[in-house]
Design a protein around this ligand. Structure first.
Ligand code: MG
Length: 157
């Protein structure tokens, strides 16, 4: 579990699950971004890591090899709903989500902590507005969870 106290809101986030979009978030053009695998391995000591992907570019399973995670490949329609339901089943109250696209909106909204990343693909404006925090890239986003005092500073009122 990662615990983050938010002064002002007098709230404590207790995060057990980290759910990540793949393309545009962990990967660019289907290839995982530098530094991401090591950060996820470190986070996996305290959190259950879940990677959800529509598999747009293929080869996701190869890219995430060696990362301790649950890989969820989506198929069919309503991937926005599928991602959100996945988070609900895990327990949205104890989940953090990181994503960038329009189909990440509902999971970002439902999760206790939603982080949107911009980086190469950009972020869908609607998803950005549904998130609690906006990061320029996924390395910064993952580091927020490794150094929760940074999150406290961003979210306190
Ligand atoms: Mg994406």
């Amino acid at each position: 579990m990662v615990t983050v106290h938010i002064p002002g809101k007098d709230e404590t986030l207790e995060i057990d699950h980290l759910v990540l979009d793949f393309n545009g978030t962990l990967a660019v053009d289907g290839r995982i971004k530098p530094g991401v695998a090591d950060l996820l391995k470190e986070l996996a000591r305290n959190l259950r890591v879940h990677i959800v992907s529509a598999g747009t570019f293929g080869g996701v399973d190869n890219e995430v090899q060696g990362i301790p995670c649950v890989l969820k490949i989506l198929s069919g329609a309503d991937q926005t709903g599928q991602k959100a339901r996945y988070v609900e089943e895990l327990g949205a109250e104890h989940s953090a989500c990181i994503g960038n696209g329009r189909n990440d909106l509902a999971m970002l909204e439902k999760a206790k902590l939603g982080i949107v990343v911009i980086q190469e693909e950009g972020a869908a404006t609607a998803s950005l507005l549904a998130a609690d925090v906006v990061c320029r890239d996924v390395v910064s986003a993952l580091q927020l969870l490794l150094q929760p005092l940074r999150l406290t500073a961003t979210l306190r009122t």
